[in-house]
Write a protein that binds this ligand. Structure first.
Ligand code: ARG
Length: 461
């Protein structure tokens, strides 16, 4: 072995040292050092199993466990010098262990490969993050439900095509997001089931010649199951892709909500006011208060979609089993975890603090002939087929537009020009409250229905 290759854990077959730039290019330590805790935890479980199975001496297991714990402390104290020459977190820790405890340290990698080791580390890491992301989703859901309860009765315009459609409760709008974020949580929990499986024991790809006990390692690391095929164990990243897909859908929801908050904060809408702490000013226009936080969340949705595409593309067409390409899984994964957690946290705070302009919302809900459907439904109740009623109301709206009037301005005589079936009771049918409260079937915007939904959601939490 050339002297320069001696510091490499795999230096045995090599006679020339690695080119410096190749070393930097192939290293992952800059980003996978994040996995130090999982790597040490996994190694301790592996060492204990090796000892229990009589594969390495028990005395060595104790040295390994103690040595790894010291390394953990050192990393957490910021005193560990990570080396690019040692490529990744796995070899950084293993090399340091051997340097500290000698012979025993060199037995740790028995019956294991970095391929199953890295698969284990990522699964350990992601499963904790999935639990944390679910907790952040809970925070946001709680904030939304609290605001829905507080603003119960506030009416806003509901839109289709961003044109005024029908009046709705503001609380109903907030609860729509509660539904979306609850499904996002379900997707994270579902992803956890497939992430929470132990891959260690697959070795490089085919398994190991040593009499290992994978079920024991699974127990030590709290995995409810072990993977069933060694090739699949080291080459599968679909659990990570599933997370990235779930995260993309979650960010899509957040970006739609962001867009609405941005729109509602404009001087044209003025439905809400975001707290100053979530906005910034302009360096030139003194009047500006920009909704930076929702804008950034909307923008960050792009990088999360990009991360999903990146990993899908990395994995596309890879032959079994492990390929170095797969080292590219970590940055998109870590970046997505950070982005999603940050976005959820800041969103929950922002929702809690936003001010709602009840009067402006209500005034907007009354405009745009928002209760025209209620007039049609009124005529249907008087016996007219819906299509005919639609036509009658369409003509009435055209009349109003031509005469600068709104539906509540019409006299009974004017109404009757369009249909003799309309009586004085029309006024009650086109009020905002009447319109909202008439939609009382499951899923509708009626006050009683929304109140019941809030109770149902709270009871389920
Ligand atoms: N740093 C590598 C990764 O992240 C660890 C596994 C390397 N395995 C190998 N045979 N080179 O994927």
């Amino acid at each position: 072995m050339a002297d320069e290759c001696k510091d490499k854990l795999w230096g045995g077959r090599f006679s020339a040292p690695t080119d410096k730039f190749v070393e930097e290019f192939t290293a992952s330590i800059d980003f996978d050092k994040r996995l130090y805790h999982q790597d040490i935890r996994g190694s301790i479980a592996h060492a204990r199993m090796l000892g229990k199975q009589g594969i390495i001496p028990i005395a060595d297991v104790e040295r390994i466990v103690h040595g790894l714990q010291e390394i953990l402390d050192q990393i957490e104290a910021g005193e560990f010098d990570f080396s690019v020459a040692l490529e990744d977190i796995h070899m950084n820790i293993e090399a340091r262990l051997s340097a500290r405890i000698g012979e025993a340290g060199k037995r740790l990698h028995t019956g294991r490969s970095r391929n199953d080791q890295v698969a284990l580390d990522i699964r350990l890491y992601l499963r904790d993050e999935l639990v944390e992301i679910s907790a952040y989703l809970d925070l946001l859901i709680d904030a939304l439900v609290a605001r829905a309860e507080e603003q119960l009765g506030v009416i806003m315009p509901g839109y289709t095509h961003l044109q005024t459609a029908q009046p709705i409760l503001f609380s109903h709008h907030l609860l729509a997001y509660v539904e979306m974020f609850s499904r996002d949580k379900g997707r994270m929990e579902d992803c956890l089931k497939r992430t929470n499986v132990l891959p260690l024991g697959a070795g490089a790809l085919a398994g190991t010649t040593f009499p290992i006990d994978r079920e024991h390692v699974a127990e030590l690391l709290d995995f409810p199951a072990v993977t069933r095929n060694s090739l699949d164990s080291v080459s599968d990243r679909d659990f990570a892709l599933e997370f990235l897909a779930a995260a993309s859908i979650l960010m899509m929801h957040l970006s739609r909500f962001s867009e609405e908050l941005i729109l509602w904060s404009t001087s044209e809408f003025k439905f809400i006011e975001l707290s100053d702490s979530f906005c910034t000013g302009s360096s030139i226009m003194p009047q500006k208060k920009n909704p930076d936080v929702p804008e950034l969340v909307r923008g960050k949705t792009g990088r999360v979609y990009g991360n999903l595409m990146a990993l899908l593309t990395v994995m596309k067409s890879l032959p079994l089993a492990y390929n170095k390409d797969m080292q590219e899984d970590k940055e998109p994964l870590f970046d997505t975890i950070d982005t999603v957690k940050g976005s959820l946290k800041i969103f929950a705070d922002m929702i809690r603090e936003m001010r709602v302009n009840v009067g402006t919302m209500r005034a907007a809900a009354a405009k745009g002939f928002s209760t025209a459907t209620d007039v049609a439904d009124y005529l249907v109740r008087k016996g007219m087929p819906f299509r005919d009623a639609h036509e009658v109301v369409g003509k009435t709206v055209a009349y109003c537009i031509a005469n600068g009037k709104d539906l509540p301005d019409l006299t009974v005589e004017e109404w009757q020009r369009f249909s003799p079936q309309i009586g004085a009771d029309i006024a009650a049918a086109i009020g905002l409250e009447a319109s909202v409260n008439a939609r009382a079937a499951t899923g509708g915007t009626a006050l009683e229905r929304v109140k019941a939904e809030i109770e149902r959601i709270k009871a389920g939490r």
